[in-house]
Design a binder for this molecule. Sequence first.
Ligand SMILES: Nc1nc2c(c(=O)[nH]1)N[C@H]1C(S)=C(S)[C@@H](COP(=O)(O)O)O[C@H]1N2
Ligand SMILES: [Mo]
Length: 447
Amino acid sequence: MSENLREVIGRVLPAPENHLSPELLDKARKARRSFMGKALAMGAGAASAVVGGKALAAEDGEDAILKLPEHTTGLGQPVAARGYGMPSKWESNLQRRESPGLTRVSQASVSFCPLQGLFGIITPSGLHFERHHQGWWDIDPSQHRLMVHGLVKRPRVFTMDDLMRLPSVSRIHFIECGANTAMEWANVAVPTVQYTHGMISCSEFTGVLLSTLLDMCGIDRKKAKYVLAEGADGSSMTRTIDLERALDDVIVAWGMNGEMLRPENGYPLRLVVPGVQGVSWVKYLRRIEVGDQKWATKDEAVHYIDLMPDGTHRQYTSIQECKSVITSPSGGQTLLDRGYYNVTGLAWSGRGSIKAVDVSFDGGRNWRPARLEGPILPKAFTRFNIDWVWDGKPAILQSRAIDSTGYVQPKINQLRAVRGTRSIYHNNAIQSWLVSENGEVSNVQVY
Ligand SMILES: Nc1nc2c(c(=O)[nH]1)N[C@H]1C(S)=C(S)[C@@H](COP(=O)(O)O)O[C@H]1N2
Ligand SMILES: [Mo]
């Protein structure tokens, strides 16, 4: 790498929640201090080029290349040392995290996905966010049953074996809790993208289309208008879904990212309702009822509703509108020096695919189109990247997504004008990250 390029390569010191372990983070900080010292003494060329905070040791000098470590001279681990592979111990700080004090008990809580440390569009299953209303279970699949009944000619009870021999589909979709980014309605106290936007994940789901099951049971086409989905856990999670949607792309899924669902995510069976808020993706799915009116269950009459400016409640909000966020650099991270950065983030829309993402570095005055990385799929994450050379001055980074319907992600004040200030759910506003002169990135709101 040429000296010139070396000078423009920016270095991101990740937030503590990022992929570096505390020891590595400490080393990165020391390396930075030593870099600053050496840079003064010898000129900036003395530093090693570090991108994304991964490679570190400027002070190691030539030893790092010439001194052969044990892993080059010794014998490695035997095959199948671990029957189920795990991430490197060096990555152990990349974790789902619970927000302290968010709920009274962890059985009715959320663990947030570490978006700042992920690449591409697939969320590793072990880092998929979790939302439980009454704790999670590891249900014996041989005992699990799914009943389909109501306005159908042939009500049926399916075993897992019955379901898994039916024609299946595998599709990549995001799941976002309606409460994602809820805190931003009121204030900007949430420090990192993990906590502002981490109630979302994107996976490949495998299962049988709900339309296949409904066909097998024979819907009463004259009367049927809705289906109800019910989970087997103690939360009595029940949600109404329009029949039209149920017959479209809804999946009764057992697979996630090439293997069976994780217990936290509904093993052995969950509903996948593409584009719709997470609460409708009923886990531990045990019952589908076909009916002619909405059920108005507790999770649709009282919870997951939007308190509008005129004092009325908007119920049955379902679609997760077009939204995006820059994941790096993001809140809690530090830019180690001026120069080039690959600014990266995620965009998604419950109504279709992502058409474009614009990025601003001056709080929304000027916008530049980002590169969209393929595949670009409907109702799935789309990864975007854009080049940026930081000049060391304060900057406000924002991303704005546009979906295939032409809908443009709104600013927070545009959203507040329609929705008021008393909402909890369904905040898809543009997120702003302030880069200060010292390189620290923090969460701010720009009106
Ligand atoms: N049975 C059951 N299904 C459920 C829930 C639950 O508590 N029990 N939580 C819902 C909510 S609010 C969300 S956001 C998603 C979260 O799915 P995940 O835990 O796989 O991320 O599951 C939904 N389905
Ligand atoms: Mo949720």
